[in-house]
Write a protein that binds this ligand. Structure first.
Ligand code: ZN
Ligand code: ZN
Ligand code: ZN
Length: 480
């Protein structure tokens, strides 16, 4: 049987090219560094190493780290961590085209989503790297509509913080009429994403919930309900938000959507299983397939398919299911229907603010936090994952600390830098043993929140400081 009628071949090919480029960039690191390690005793080593790095990885390495003697050989661990960090930065600067999801059947997706009754989307997935592609790949929603995407271990988001995000969006509607005026009856939509592994639910599910699918889903549903109550109880004039619970099978990227019923309630048992719906609609014509999705959603909501009150949310759910059909098709076409790496193969850990410009499954374990106190348990889970993933192979854990600032706000950049350095110091203290053994490296970056701004390194990569040259200059290239 052929491909699903609702997949877009061009869109999928673009996503594949992007994935291939990201994978190739990271896969180049180990062989290049092995070669560099093997030639460290040769004459003119530093220059040869730099040209090899430039040619194979696209960047040079800190000059000071390329000094080797028989009593002090190259520190390959820190070179590895640095290479991972630079690879990520290079990819971030690629400015991948994320506009693929901006249109839906020829219509601007943001206008459609607003017509369905939502002016902003806030997505909270699990920190698990297998959800690193949740926006561009799994759900395929336009980044411009996603006002927040913050990941937490087990998707256990902070309610007060979510309320602040909501308030920011609502204030802008009141003050500037953006993205629409506050008196328009649209809602802020918060989507919570939990995950499970279809083939090995007891082991490859959500680590934060002991790989217990039911626990992961019910804890998140409870939190979504609490968030909605918090808004309703704290603000008058019928303030409310919409919430949506979604599960992902990380083996296949197929979602299940817990469609709200006529009372706007969701249930753990009631959902549309897109893997099943994919099979059921695969042989249909496009229009018939879309109609089948709409009927499945209405049936799940327990309302007639022409019920006006629930229409917006139902159409939005159908839109996500349709988008995800294309992702199921993607995994079938390019990963034989099921990823071979069912578990974790993340490349690094990122903490601080979210970073979505480079999206890919298993790119990074993402723990969003401002301080270690607030995110310690999230980070511990990430370190545990990387202890198996990297440390067991003698490779260090690269941790990228990232904060956004707003260039329009006086002092914002300085504060972001301070926050980054403070978080970095706290991480190095919490995992001091790993740091001492050269098994954990941290890098701090900040970025202006304006579009098309670049990642900026803060200071020098840690570990380079002791190599300052005697003249006191701080140019990396001059240090040796
Ligand atoms: Zn998880
Ligand atoms: Zn009021
Ligand atoms: Zn100097």
């Amino acid at each position: 049987m052929g491909a699903h009628p609702l997949h877009d071949a061009t869109h999928n090919r673009c996503l594949l090219e992007r994935e291939a480029e990201i994978v190739a960039a990271f896969e180049a690191i180990e062989p290049a560094l092995k070669e560099i390690a093997a030639m460290q005793w040769q004459d003119g080593f530093a220059e040869r190493a730099q040209s090899l790095a430039l040619q194979r990885l696209g960047f040079t390495l800190p000059r000071a780290w390329l000094v080797a003697s028989w009593t002090a050989p190259l520190d390959m661990r820190r070179l590895y961590a640095y290479a991972v960090f630079r690879t990520f930065r290079t990819l971030a600067e690629r400015n991948f085209d994320r506009s693929l999801a901006n249109h839906n059947e020829g219509e601007p997706a943001d206008a459609l989503i607003r017509r369905w009754g939502f002016h902003a989307i806030d997505i909270t997935p699990c920190a698990d790297g297998r959800l690193s592609g949740v926006v561009d790949y799994i759900l395929r929603v336009p980044p411009a509509v996603v006002v927040h995407r913050k990941s937490y271990a087990g998707s256990m988001f902070d309610i007060e913080e979510s309320m602040r995000h909501w308030a920011e969006v609502e204030l802008r509607r009141h003050r500037e009429g953006l993205p629409n005026r506050a008196d328009e009856p649209t809602r802020y939509l918060k989507i919570g994403v939990y995950h499970t592994s279809g083939s090995d639910p007891g082991h490859e599910g959500c680590a934060a919930h002991g790989s217990d699918e039911r626990r992961a889903a019910s804890a998140l549903l409870e939190r979504l309900d609490a968030f909605r109550k918090a808004i309703e109880n704290s603000f008058c004039c019928g303030a409310s938000v919409a919430t949506l619970l979604i599960g992902v099978d990380t083996d296949t990227d197929a979602i299940r959507v817990h469609v709200p019923d006529a009372e706007d309630r969701m249930s753990l048992e009631r959902y549309v299983d897109n893997a099943r719906l994919y099979e059921a609609t695969r042989a249909l014509e496009r229009e018939a397939a879309k109609e089948a999705i709409r009927l499945a959603v209405a049936e799940c909501a327990g309302v007639p398919s022409d019920d006006a009150a629930t229409e917006g949310m139902r159409w939005f759910c159908a839109y996500l299911l349709k988008n995800n059909m294309a992702q199921i098709e993607y995994v079938r076409a390019y990963h034989n229907g099921r990823y071979t790496d069912l578990g974790h193969t993340e490349r690094f850990i990122t903490v601080g603010d979210s970073f979505d410009d480079v999206q890919m499954r298993n790119l990074a374990y993402q723990a969003q936090m401002d301080t270690v106190e607030e995110g310690a348990s999230d980070l511990d889970i990430g370190i545990k994952i990387f202890t198996k993933l990297n440390v067991a192979r003698g490779l260090p854990i690269p941790v990228i600390v990232h904060f956004r600032y707003d260039a329009k706000v006086p002092g914002s950049r300085e504060r972001a830098v301070k926050r980054g350095q403070r978080l970095e110091a706290a991480i190095r203290e919490r995992y001091a043993q790993l740091v001492r053994e050269g098994l954990l490296y941290t890098f701090v970056t900040v970025k202006d929140s304006a579009v098309a701004s670049r990642l900026e390194d803060v200071g020098e990569p840690n570990g380079a400081t002791e190599d300052h040259c005697a003249c006191g200059c701080d140019s990396m290239e001059a240090r040796s």
